[in-house]
Design a protein around this ligand. Structure first.
Ligand SMILES: *[C@@H]1O[C@H](CO)[C@@H](O)[C@H](O)[C@H]1NC(C)=O
Ligand SMILES: *[C@@H]1O[C@H](CO)[C@@H](O)[C@H](O)[C@H]1NC(C)=O
Ligand SMILES: *[C@@H]1O[C@H](CO)[C@@H](O)[C@H](O)[C@H]1NC(C)=O
Length: 384
């Protein structure tokens, strides 16, 4: 604003009327120079200043993200628990490597999720965890976190999940549809309902409870280890590999929100924030925006808790979405959310492709024809 005032003053000083007074007897050459100046101030006021304001409007969010290390310090680092695994090593020895004993029988395991629309990822998740889960608990609402009406997508595709039907506790909750409310309020409301559904499913003390989003998939061997070993921490976060759009784009290895709890009646609450300092390394995969259809990307962009990130309508244009996916770029045109300049700069630009499809969920590789869009080199999505 200061800049605007100055240039305005400059314009008055060099306006044609002012010049007439000052240069009545002056040389025409000087007049020429001043005319030039006049043009420059015109340019400044009507071109440069609006351009500057427009650039701030377009990129203000990026500028503030880039400067984040100046105004926000990183959270306290986690204490990493080393994770040992090889398929040929006995469970007793694996527990011992972690400093834990082995139990006579494994704990029961409950996997509880809030479902939005991610059918393919849900299938891969449940097939991965199937051998070790006592009850699959799924809650679905007819409202997105942002208060949009959502069809009951799980209900209408329930017959695709016959393989878990005997172990399924499915709940539906009505949305509150409060206009203009922070999406995190609806999300918290749905998580409280999930606590009730878990009690209905029959969870009891010392059962294992997995708290994670549908797209945060613990590996089967991780859950098997935690159900067999004694003395594991009461709460343990899971460090997952972070993928975006498919298993072609490995962003980093830092996804941390998923957690496993030894259930305590009256104390354990379903949450998706940091709950302890301990985190188990290399415990699975987090595949964000891993959808089959372009329309699902667009739905998720609108339904998601950070809906403020859709700052321009063209972000939802299907051609743009497809192009962004193939480039490994950002759907919201944002900078990496990091706490040091080194990490921000290290992550600028598109995510490099990985050509490794080693150590992925087994159901994905066994059904590679069906899930080709999730494998390296297959970024083209189905429209509709
Ligand atoms: C796994 O164990 C079996 C026998 O118990 C052995 O034949 C095989 O070579 C082992 N594989 C690896 C990769 O160590
Ligand atoms: C959402 O579900 C609740 C409870 O099932 C129902 O009362 C309500 O009418 C539904 N709302 C919409 C918009 O479908
Ligand atoms: C993530 O960890 C794997 C090994 O598990 C490593 O190969 C890869 O380079 C790491 N990726 C990033 C982006 O840090």
């Amino acid at each position: 604003m200061v800049m605007l005032d100055h240039s305005f003053l400059w314009l008055i000083k060099s306006s044609p009327f002012y010049l007439q007074e000052a240069n009545r007897s002056g040389m025409s050459r000087l007049r020429c120079i001043l005319r030039g100046l006049d043009f420059k101030s015109f340019l400044l006021l009507f071109v440069m200043v609006p351009t500057f304001i427009f650039v701030i409007y377009l990129h203000g969010q990026k500028i503030s993200y880039f400067l984040r290390p100046l105004w926000e310090s990183p959270p306290k680092p986690f204490i990493d628990v080393p994770h040992y695994y090889h398929e040929n090593v006995s469970m007793e020895h694996l527990c011992k490597l972690h400093g834990w004993g082995i139990r006579e029988s494994p704990r029961r395991v409950f996997d509880a999720v809030l479902f939005s629309n991610e059918l393919d990822i849900l299938t891969i998740r449940w097939k991965e965890l199937y051998p070790y889960i006592t009850q699959f608990v799924l809650l679905e609402s007819n409202s997105t976190f942002t208060g949009l009406v959502k069809p009951l997508i799980f209900a209408s595709h329930r017959d695709q999940f016959k393989f878990i039907e005997p172990r399924l506790t499915y709940g539906v909750i009505g949305g509150r549809f409060k206009k203009g409310e922070n999406p995190f309020v609806e999300e918290a409301y749905q998580r409280v309902a999930l606590d009730q559904l878990l009690r209905i499913a029959g969870i009891t003390d010392d059962d294992l409870l997995i708290m994670s989003d549908v797209d945060e998939i613990p590996s089967a061997h991780t859950i098997n280890l935690l159900r067999w070993c004694d003395d594991i921490p009461p709460i343990l976060h899971l460090r997952l590999k972070n993928y975006l759009y498919s298993f072609e784009f490995l962003v980093d290895n830092k996804s941390w929100r998923a957690s496993v709890h030894r259930y305590q009646t009256g104390k354990t609450r379903y949450a998706h924030f940091r709950q302890t300092d301990y985190i188990l390394a290399d415990a699975g995969w987090h595949c964000s925006f891993c959808f089959r259809h372009i329309s699902e990307f667009i739905f998720k962009m609108k339904a998601y808790s950070h809906v403020d990130r859709v700052r321009f309508r063209h972000y939802l244009n299907p051609k743009r979405v497809q192009d962004v996916i193939c480039r490994g770029a950002d759907l919201f045109d944002m900078l990496p959310e990091e706490y040091t300049f080194k990490e921000i700069i290290g992550k600028l630009g598109p995510i490099p492709s990985t050509f490794s499809a080693v150590h992925l969920p087994s159901h994905l590789l066994e059904n590679s024809d069906k899930y080709r869009f999730l494998l390296p080199g297959n970024c083209k999505r189905e429209s509709g």
